[in-house]
Ligand binder design. Sequence first.
Ligand code: AHM
Ligand code: MG
Length: 339
Amino acid sequence: MNINRQVLTLDEFTIQEMRAYPKATGELSSLLRDIGLAAKRVNVEVNKAGLVDILGDAGSVNVQGEDVKKMDIYANNQFIGVLKHGISCAGLGSEELEEIVVFNDVVSNNSKYVVIIDPLDGSSNIDVNVTIGTIFGVYRRVTKVGTPCTIEDFLQTGKNQVAAGYIIYGSSTMMVYATHRGVNGFTLDPSIGEFCLSHPNIQCPEKGKIYSVNYSNFFKFEIGIQKYIEACQTKTNEHNGPYTQRYVGSMVADVHRNLIKGGIFMYPGVLDKPFGKLRLLYECNPFAFIMEIAGGKATDGKKSILDIKPEKLHQRTPFFIGSKLMMEELESYLNSKYD
Ligand code: AHM
Ligand code: MG
């Protein structure tokens, strides 16, 4: 078989991108390569999760008080292991760990980036062979290079992200990442074990036909959201209506689909959980960064997700993300007065 040399691998692409910055040190390329490497290892295990005795709860609860599946722990350890032994990352914050991990060795202390990650999001879907994903954000440290990183490096607003991305373990495995230069998607070619550029310069369509929300919470939503959902279900206009409801319950799958096809994803707060379910730092910020670079929008219903100053590693936020015009339409419903 001839290898198609027109196709760029993830490593080739990141090095090519680096050349756009004459002062670049290559650390970001190296970090993205490390994340890609860990993702390949996780992918192998995810693919055989149904075959080996790796399914089921690990018997502990994570810091959010939720059941931890064995694959969550495996994925968490892979990302920590690869990034700790790499040359570009000073420390990591994870959904699975209450505190940040400070790598604190000479090489890591001299690294300029920290990573915040949800190693395996949507993990309740593993047992039933439904798409899951990894979500990550990369920040330049605010503490001095040469010292151990601290929590301050992680509690930065999302707009400070240098890069953000996700890996989707679906019918094929993809890594999508954004920098200020654009959003690009790479599909894993299992025959050569490489992520290959398959979706260059992803732009989110200005509008789409899909809305994604856990409809069972409908009666707990504020009136503006209820009115918007009703409009999604009923209205017909030249381009849009009525919309189609799609909700996998794996945010990586739901937002990835909407990013490519156009659509809106919502996880609002409700009266007894005003901040909703999703975590700002490692679930919402990376997707907000990707979506905005791709031309879409992401808010908490009032302001841009990327402007929220985090106070805690695991804080939650209401989350609305998607195509620009659909988000603006939602905002008009949220800003209206109802009797
Ligand atoms: P997790 O981090 O425990 O996997 O939960 C996050 C997931 C998201 O991927 C998804 O959008 C959401 O939880 C679904 O929640 P719900 O079942 O309440 O609709
Ligand atoms: Mg998660």
